[in-house]
Design a protein around this ligand. Structure first.
Ligand code: FCB
Length: 461
């Protein structure tokens, strides 16, 4: 059952959100589904990466994860009990196209068909992310995102999924966080496919963006009425002091981390200062992966921008490392989550205002925001995750303020519905509104989930 809407007896909120504001939660396929070898799913780069010694903190993988593939109905019922209005999930490409392209695995596509129907029957709007990092290994064997052929494969994958689900799904996100896929996966080597290659960093980021742009019209054609966007992880950069060196470093960080994606999507090409930097440092000496027409394709008009926000970066000009890849320098003494990320809701407000002023996307959704804290069940089975509750409340207040300042912010997705496989950190970091006991696969809503349920029911805070 859906939670009662505010009009049916929930107390009036002090901070009401617009009536059509979308309240949701997010997950991704590899992090929750498990069933890695079921029903014809092919291997992904994350299966391969996890099997390599030393890659994952706890040595584990997503082979079982939250077993969502087998517990989908139970999980949708849980979402309904929490009153979620929308659920953002991703499609496992290797489930649908086990070899990356060519033959469609009907059983894999059927799973998402059933999920969409179950969500709609529960009154929950499905939001699909096409790529949340689980590239079919067969495509990696041909070069993965460094190869232009992967762009075509992605567009074909988008077509297959949109043709099947586009009659019922209106909201489509092409890519999740191309910065992570390109920098963490191809330069820092801490995510699959584990490369540390500057050329692969830039070639992959270009191909991710290009595949986004080329998929936009394909999704629209297959799913009439579709709203299409991309989800970027943006990190507002603040200079550590008033020195000129720190200001320069913050501008440079912003260029590598934020403008490298925002500018080309807005039709401005790659930011000249960062292109010059990569050239001057001989970071990349051939830009041969950029072909005529690519930049226009990347700038295909979209309906919304998805913003994933976790923290800010405080940037020092003398930092020996980090500026190149955009890794934030650490702020001593600040309030931090288990990821060591500073809790800083004001950064979200400032970021939203800045993105609105500088890029003016037609609408913005927070497609991820959340915090890792380890709090588990007490003797009575309650999970008193007060810090996570405060995190979401603080960031929703920042959202409310941004809306008051004129930002067209239209929804918020908590990361994550469930505790899940947190990539290189394995199962050690828990982001869920809902506790998962991985031994028994029991789900138990934390205090934050119950608080979120009430906020949704009231339509505000
Ligand atoms: C984001 C990812 C998501 C999750 C959160 C904590 O970068 O999109 O899958 O890992 O971080």
């Amino acid at each position: 059952m859906r939670a009662a809407p505010a009009a049916q007896g929930a107390p009036a909120p002090r901070l009401p959100f617009p009536p059509d504001f979308v309240w949701g939660a997010a997950t991704s396929a590899y992090q929750i589904e498990g069933a890695a070898a079921d029903d014809g799913r092919g291997p992904s780069i994350w299966d391969t990466f996890c099997a390599q010694a030393g890659r994952i903190a706890d040595g584990r993988d997503g082979a079982v994860a939250c077993d969502h593939y087998h517990r989908m109905a139970e999980d949708v019922a849980l979402m309904a009990r929490l009153g979620l209005e929308a659920y953002r999930f991703s499609i496992a490409w290797p489930r649908v196209l086990p070899a990356g392209r060519g033959a469609v695995n009907a059983a894999g596509l059927d799973f998402y068909d059933r999920l969409v129907d179950a969500l709609l029957a529960a009154g929950i709007e499905p939001w699909i992310t096409l790529y949340h990092w689980d590239l079919p290994q067969a495509l990696q064997d041909e070069g993965g995102w460094t190869a232009r052929s992967t762009v075509d494969a992605f567009v074909a994958f988008a077509q297959v999924v949109a043709a099947r689900l586009g009659d019922r799904v209106e909201r489509w996100i092409t890519h999740n966080e191309p910065w992570c896929a390109s920098v963490l996966g191809h330069l820092e080597g801490v995510h699959a496919p584990g490369l540390t290659d500057p050329y692969a960093h830039l070639a992959s980021s270009h191909h991710l963006l290009l595949s986004h742009g080329l998929a936009v019209p394909v999704i629209r054609a297959a799913a009439p009425g579709a709203q299409v966007g991309i989800a970027l992880n943006l990190v507002p950069a603040e200079p550590a002091s008033s020195s000129a060196a720190d200001a320069d470093a913050a501008r440079h960080f912003d260029g590598c981390f934020n403008r490298w994606y925002l500018d080309p999507l807005a039709g401005r090409g790659y930011p000249a200062d960062i292109v010059a930097h990569y050239q001057l440092t001989a970071y990349v000496d051939a830009w041969d992966f950029i072909h005529d027409g690519d930049m226009a394709a990347i700038a295909a008009p979209t309906d919304f921008l998805g913003v994933n926000y976790y923290s800010r970066g405080i940037i020092r000009g003398d930092a020996a490392t980090g500026i190149e890849t955009g890794a934030p320098t650490v702020v001593a003494g600040a309030d931090k989550t288990d990821m060591d990320w500073e809790v800083y809701p004001e950064g979200l407000r400032a970021l939203l205002v800045r993105v609105h002023q500088d890029y003016a996307p037609p609408a913005i959704y927070i497609t991820e925001n959340g915090a890792a804290y380890a709090d588990g069940p007490d003797g009575a089975g309650r999970i008193a995750d007060a810090r996570r509750l405060a995190f979401h409340e603080g960031h929703l207040r920042a959202c409310h303020q941004a809306i008051a300042e004129g930002v067209p912010l239209a929804g918020y997705f908590a990361w994550s519905l469930l505790d899940n496989f947190e990539w290189a950190f394995g199962y050690e970091k828990r982001f869920g509104l809902v506790w998962v006991d991985y031994e028994t696969q029991t789900r138990r809503p934390k205090d934050s989930a119950l608080w979120y349920r009430d906020a949704i029911a009231q339509g505000g805070l």
